[in-house]
Write a protein that binds this ligand. Structure first.
Ligand code: FAD
Length: 319
């Protein structure tokens, strides 16, 4: 069976992103899931073992001095493609990993399908599935040449592979021929949070411009905490400074596909819908009955979110 390379995201500390299991499961529908772990030495071994636990049949590792830098990851991907000759390279449709696959496509002149909701194999080869027209249709596209590169929308495939024997000696892939990126200094600040990661979360509560201020965004966070949900936002809310850019859901933010998506004060512009319309159940609260978000909502509440949400929180807390 041909290989499918799965680029896994290693979080600081060596844990794998919540999207990893779904990625490996999607890959196994098309070929042999081969994980690529590109991480600094301190976290590589733990991440490689975790990849085998999630069902990767082989684990490739690459020495990346500093994570969160794209060029060394692209070097590693290019070396892995050269070694495995896969039919498909799969990564999460997250900001960093889609950047890596786009660069790989440009470097190796390979076809790229972004934000796919599934991959499959037909008699001619690998096909990528896209959600179209607000989720009403699933359309398939196939490459006419070379290895397909695809980014998978987080949450659309549940992970269900069984663990593989722990990899004693993961295979090191070494990039060659391409100068590596150099940096002088690097620091990363992550606000500590006990909430689930937005990508791969089972439930997401998002706020938009209608929330009105950074202070009032606390109400969105309060509802999220009662539900054990991740916090998301529209671009208007991010641009207004209510929340960091990492919370943005949509075309230029994160794509999510949780079981439950609650939109508060979000009108439902096409660019926002692009990142959340495949959610299982969509609940919208907006004071404008004409807001386009109601076209895709399973449950719509026309009303002021500052009246509706506190009632919702009280009702949930009473249970
Ligand atoms: P608005 O459209 O202003 O909607 C606010 C809503 O809140 C309204 O429906 C209003 O009725 C309601 N409201 C106000 N007060 C209350 C209240 N008290 N109670 C209840 N409801 C209330 N947007 C994204 O979200 N994600 C993206 O990734 C993204 N990418 C983009 C990429 C491009 C190239 C472009 C051009 C745009 C992109 N946008 C994106 C922006 C998008 O077009 C919209 O401008 C944005 O989504 C609007 O955000 P919003 O719904 O919060 O604000």
């Amino acid at each position: 069976m041909s290989a499918v390379i799965v680029l896994l995201e290693v979080l600081p500390g060596g844990a794998l992103s919540a999207t990893s299991s779904g990625l490996l499961t999607a890959a196994a529908r098309v070929g042999e899931p081969v994980a690529l772990v590109a991480a600094p030495a301190a976290t590589r071994a733990a991440a490689a073992a975790a990849a085998a636990e999630l069902g990767a049949v082989r684990v490739l590792t690459a020495d990346v001095d500093v994570d969160r830098l794209t060029v060394p990851v692209v070097d590693a991907l290019a070396a892995a493609v050269d070694r495995e000759r896969p039919d498909l390279v799969l990564a999460s449709h997250a900001v960093e990993t889609r950047d890596a696959l786009a660069r790989l496509a440009a470097r190796l002149r390979l076809p790229l399908a972004t934000d796919v909701v599934g991959v499959a194999r037909d008699e001619l080869g690998v096909v990528a599935q896209h959600s179209a027209l607000g989720g009403a249709f699933t359309v398939e596209g196939a490459p006419t040449f070379g290895t397909l590169l695809a980014t998978l929308r987080p949450g659309v495939v549940e992970g269900d592979l069984s663990a593989q024997p722990l990899v004693e000696q993961p295979i090191e892939v070494v990039a060659s021929g391409v100068p590596s990126a150099r940096i002088e200094s690097f620091s990363e600040t992550t606000a500590p949070s006990s909430r689930p990661e937005l990508r791969g979360a089972k439930a997401v509560v998002s706020g938009g411009r209608g929330v009105g201020s950074r202070e009032d965004f606390a109400l969105v966070e309060q509802l999220a905490d009662v539900l054990g949900a991740a916090v998301g936002a529209s671009r208007a809310a991010v641009d207004a400074g209510y929340v960091p850019a990492s919370a943005q859901v949509g075309q230029t933010g994160v794509s999510v596909s949780p079981r439950l998506y609650i939109a508060l004060g979000i009108s439902g512009a096409i660019q926002h819908r692009a990142g959340m319309q495949t959610a299982g159940t969509i609940v919208a609260v907006d004071k404008n009955p004409e807001a386009p978000i109601f076209e895709i909502a399973d449950f719509g509440i026309v009303g002021d979110l500052f009246t509706v949400v506190p009632q919702l929180i009280s009702a949930l807390e009473a249970h």
